[in-house]
Structures are given as structure tokens and as C-alpha cells.
Design a binder for this molecule. Sequence first.
Ligand code: URA
Length: 240
Amino acid sequence: MPMLRLDRILSVYTAYSRREGSERIKKGRIRVNGSVCLDPSARFEPEGLRLDCDGSERILHENNTFLLNKPAGFVSATEDPKEKTVLDLIRQEDRFPALFPAGRLDKDTTGLLLLTSDGALCHRIISPSARIYKLYRAEVNGPLTEEDALAFAAGLELDGGEICRPAELEILKSGEKSEALVRICEGKYHQIKRMFAARGLMVLQLKREAVGGLTLPPDLKEGDYIRLDEAALRQLFSTK
Ligand code: URA
């Protein structure tokens, strides 16, 4: 990773603009690896750097990827004029370098959402050609049958004529309200809801439980998140 000027590091890894960062550096409010640095043009490698801004210290990482247990009521966007976004769930000090959701969950969908600052990684996760599987638990408003499972496996036709790739439907409970697990390896707009709609059913609740080889940790409360390390990222791509 290239060495960056300290004022640039502050503009990428904190909420300060380059000018605000530069002013703080000159006032002696920034410590790097434990020592005050008064020179905005001093160069450092950001990865692993211990940066203390106004008494709040953290270790920088070139990129961050977080696994969030998304609650209902938040949109998968970085900003929105009206709605609360998933970024509102991320602590200020974790929002840099700038994060964005790797894929989308609807406002009313809960569960595993990845947020990353790494554009290449995001592309690998959401690109249909990468065939990363997503596992959803759905509750629907009517009985499910083996015929539904066969239709999912054959590749459903959605409203508007789009054809889905073969998907797995595992029926857990069938009745007035049914429960099922669905595995898909693409991410069309409202895909799961539209797949069930193609079978004449409405989704009442939807939760994403896994993406690739990563599953939602059972002890991670809704609204909480964890940072993924290298091993976890390898796990993400380990099972397709
Ligand atoms: N499919 C949907 O319909 N909604 C989601 O949030 C995710 C997949």
C-alpha cells in the first residue's frame, strides 16, 4: 500500500476534510503511533497505523468489511433523504474509509448484510457470475408443495418475463402460513418476493441467514455488527 500524507490519511480515514485535518495536525491534536505529528505532509502507510484524533485512538485498516445483522426499518443505502439507512447503525469511527452495502436487503428484510469499503470485494460478492449463494428464511401466506420446489429448481419466470437461475426451496413447514429456506446465487430486484409471487404466494417475513460460506452468528443481535478478518473473508468465498 502506498505511503500517504497525514492530512490525506485524515481525510480518508476520519470525518475531517483535508483542511480540517491539516489544522488539527498543526495544533498538535493528532498522534501517530503514539507521538504528536505537526507536519501535514509527513507520509505514513495507513495499514496498521495507530491514529489518535483529539484523544480517540484507533488502528487503521486499508479496507473494512463488516457483517451486520440488519433490523427491519433501515434501507440498504449510504444516505437517504427520508429513511434511516444501514450506515446509521455503524459507529462513526467505523465508517471510514467510506463504506457501502455489498448488495441490498429490502427495508423490511432482516439478517446478514455485508458492508465494505473495498470496491473489488463488493463486485466479487454481488456479481452473478461469481455464483455466491445467498440463503434466505421466508414465511409465506399459504401452503408450499413439492411442485413449488420443482418450479424453483427449474428456474422461475418472474413478472416481466425475467428467468431465474435454478434455486433451492426447502420446505420447513407448510400450512396457512408456511416457512422455507431458499438458496439463490443471484440478486434480482426483490427476487425472493417475486419468486414466491410467481407461485401465487406473498412473503410475510424475510431474513437472510447466509452469504457464501458465512452465516449470521446466532449471538449477533439485530442492529449489531462485526468486522470480518482475512479468515472470515476466505470463508465467505469458500462455499458457493
Ligand atoms: N429478495 C427480496 O425480495 N428481498 C430482499 O430483501 C432480498 C431478496
